[in-house]
Design a protein around this ligand. Structure first.
Ligand code: SF4
Length: 228
């Protein structure tokens, strides 16, 4: 599978924020969010084709229990199945970060699902073809339902404006089984400065309306640097 990078860092988002982890970043995505913070795995995918054995050998460099399989979209690659089986055999804790549009029967301890709202659609004048594909693919309720049923999960929504919060509320009506304590609202932002600006309204809104605010600590800790 095509891999953009493998690196040790600290999980900056979600219920496991603060957890030292090794990140395996698959390159390739079936969506094209305009705000994608890893365009080198979506708009201009980069990386090398690595076998499962090569990935596992690289991971052996670090004695870290937690492995995060991220992207891009790791569920795009059938190799994620034998890779997660190998990680399970090594006793690793496995988080998979996915947009929840594709299903694979993977081994996973935390399915970290970031469904893409209408605010994600690419808007550039040359993006018409991708806009159509993105809109056709970004919402896959049958996949979301299956992931929620089969795995421990968290749902992370990217919020740009207060209207997006109303869209999350509407979205969740189709999934009454969702535990609200596992839903995080994260600010859409590209750097620590924008994160600070978005937090000034989103954090109080979350407190007032009973949502969990999803910090993006990696931007505070490392900036928007690759490999962090
Ligand atoms: S789903 Fe994730 S990796 Fe794919 S384009 Fe959107 S933000 Fe980027």
């Amino acid at each position: 599978m095509k891999i953009a990078e493998i690196y040790p860092s600290i999980q900056g988002e979600g219920l496991l924020a603060g957890q030292p982890s090794v990140f395996v970043r698959a390159s390739g995505c079936n969506l094209r969010c305009w705000f994608c913070d890893t365009p080198y795995t979506s708009w201009q995918p980069e990386g090398s084709d690595l076998s499962v054995e090569m990935i596992v050998a690289q991971l052996a460099e670090w004695d870290t229990e937690h492995v995060v399989l991220t992207g891009g979209e790791p569920m795009l690659f059938a190799e994620s199945i034998p890779l997660t089986t190998a990680l399970r055999e090594l006793g690793k804790h496995i988080t998979i970060e996915t947009a929840g549009t594709l299903y694979l029967p993977v081994e996973c301890d935390l399915m970290s699902i970031s469904p893409k709202l209408s605010n994600s659609s690419p808007q550039g004048p040359r993006d018409a073809a991708w806009r159509r594909r993105h809109e056709q693919s970004r919402h896959a309720p049958a996949v979301i339902g299956r992931l929620l049923a089969e795995y421990d999960y968290q749902l992370k929504f990217v919020i740009d404006t207060p209207a997006d919060v109303a869209e999350v509320e509407e979205y969740l009506q189709a999934f009454p089984e969702v535990d609200r304590a596992r839903v995080l609202l994260m600010p859409q932002c590209a750097d620590a400065e924008q994160l600070g600006r978005q937090a000034t309204w989103l954090e109080p809104l979350c407190r007032a309306e009973g949502w969990r605010y999803g910090a993006r600590r990696q931007l505070e800790w490392f900036g928007a640097a690759r490999g962090t």
